[in-house]
Design a protein around this ligand. Sequence first.
Ligand code: A2P
Length: 341
Amino acid sequence: MSNDPVVAIVGVTGAVGAEFIATMDKRNFRVGKLKALASARSAGQTVNFRGEQVMIEELTPHSFHGVDIALFSAGGSISKKYAPIAVKSGAVVVDNSSAFRMDPDVPLVIPEINAGRIRDHKGIIANPNCSAITALVPLWPIHRQNRIKRMIISTYQAASGAGAAAMEELKESTRASLEGRPFTPKVIPLPYAFNVFSHNTAIDPDTGYNDEETKVIKETRKIFEDEKIAIGVTCVRVPVLRAHCEAITFECERPISEDEVRAILSKALGVRIVDDRAKNYFPMPIDASGQDDVLVGRIRKDLSDPSGHSIAMFVSADQLLKGAALNAVQIAELLPQRAMA
Ligand code: A2P
């Protein structure tokens, strides 16, 4: 009999759910037994894990008996309802939704930045927003050496962030557009093919900021433990299947050169520099897809700040991996429950 932990995946049929399985496999994450959970629609189907077909079960309040670690990615309302039930049953939850991220009792963790916070958990650990993770992995080592007092982020977000159905809708609407057929969107409420639009989360009519932007601001301050950091952000979706891009400009407390940034990032965990000016080759979603690292390039002085305190750069990361499943599995790898199992 194996002593390895029993792991439940909630939302196993989703875009992130599939990457939980692939990432655990790739990283040789020890699993005694996998519980594959989704809605009643998927119950009875199977998923392949390490060569075995695992039956998908309907998520119910009784699903967590004997579960040591539960990875959730089935949306905020499912997390709100079932994560506390999983914790009561004795599981530690790593939650990919936004449901608990700003709860002061819930650590919000990017292991390259604040792995130590995992120790503070009371049953739930939150995985940050994918746009926040993509920006913060490369910004953190810079911030540690020369505090970033202000940052401006513009995102170019892929369909994967809205789930498997949105990825399918991008493909379908592109096919329809090329064939001159009408297409009625079902998932994303705007035309997706050959289009760019403001992020499809709710927009605050007073501030003009959408939920995605607000998450980036609040989560950055929580993860950096720096309430004073000034952040401007614009979140936009582009017709890319997976891997987000972001244009980031940041201003440090002390002057900083592009060579210093390159030197810091060349040693940074989870970062790969892709910055070939001669070939005009920089981070692209096609290169970031399927990769663990955040790709960083176009590192250059921000010419709008002649004082020399500001740098501009362009990044790309796989939203389904570092932006979601990989970050969650990295957190799970650090759980004492796993070491004791
Ligand atoms: P299902 O495929 O059975 O609907 P994505 O983020 O790619 O949109 O995936 C969402 C995931 O959340 C899917 O695995 C989906 O399962 C799951 N899910 C959605 N609603 C429920 C529910 N009521 N109970 C359990 N899982 C759910």
